[in-house]
Design a protein around this ligand. Sequence first.
Ligand SMILES: [Zn+2]
Length: 368
Amino acid sequence: MAQIEQPVFGFSRPHTCKAGAGSDKYRCRGTDCQQRTEKEPASFRPAARTDGSERTTRSGRMRLLVSNRPAATSKALAHYAAVDYSAAIGMNHFKHCTIVPGTIDSHCHLTVAADRGVPVAEVVSNCFESGMAAMLDIAIQADDLPQRRRMVGDDRRILFSAGVHPAQAADTTVEAAAASIRNAAGDPAIVAIGETGLDWYRGREHAAAQHALFEAQITLANELDLPLIVHNRHATEDIYTVLRQSPVHRGGIMHCYSAGPEWVASFVDLGFAISFAGNLTFPRSDALRAAAALVPPDSLLVETDAPFLAPVPARGRPNHPGYLGHTLCALAELRREPLEELAHRTRENFLTLFPRARSRLTTREAAE
Ligand SMILES: [Zn+2]
């Protein structure tokens, strides 16, 4: 049981995290969210704008939100398209939010979340008001940094990476990708390279191009002295081979870890932290939980991978950093560690891995 003392999304009443109760062992049900949602003040509701149109979804008829942004990143994420978000449009994005003060979301895609209807500005400001320490917004495309920067303003608690996702391999050249990453890395808010890696989920048609992009970003991470964010989907062995042959001097993150418990030590030995996403809370994720129990304390991180993989009880909704607490609760439960300690540890692990992030956050605090 962990007592959360700080306001959670504006609710000052402390509440008890009952993660681990009953047979739903890994479900964090501890945030009183039903009760809190009923009392939710108007100011915490997303500023939903509607054109009055409706559509029928699995959840019935809903108003459509009008996005004022082009769905620029949607095409880039075609390989995630199997997920149907239509039912989620128009829902209350603040239900089930759980912020454990001091936490850092080590991996989110805020512009993609906005494309999926998440009111990102409100979510981000409520997360920080509730005590979240920082979030790392991850690149998908080579030249998406200005758009990402524009959307979230220049709060120093939002950190950025520069890189090209393996799903982009067919649409870019290594030269173009490298040039734009080098260019972006001049921005002091850039703390990491990626996300990069290998993804065999939809086959190996672009395997050579994915390999070339991955290796180019390893070279860049070493050249720019930055850690690397690694995406792995059904490609554990190949990724391990590449990283062993081409070590990343600053290490990095195996993001949204999925490789199974038997691989934990191998990636930790290569200098990589292991980051867990919302799928840690899914009923069938026993192998993932077994892996999470094995990760050495100083190699552990948490993330949302927003807008993907929202944790139980928000599963199926577009994910955002406000749901991070559920993954942290699940981790605390399965590792039998106090929630606050784990929040502190994952934050320190993040800041040790990303010294640039630590100095940005420290200067921000000093300026306040
Ligand atoms: Zn990602």
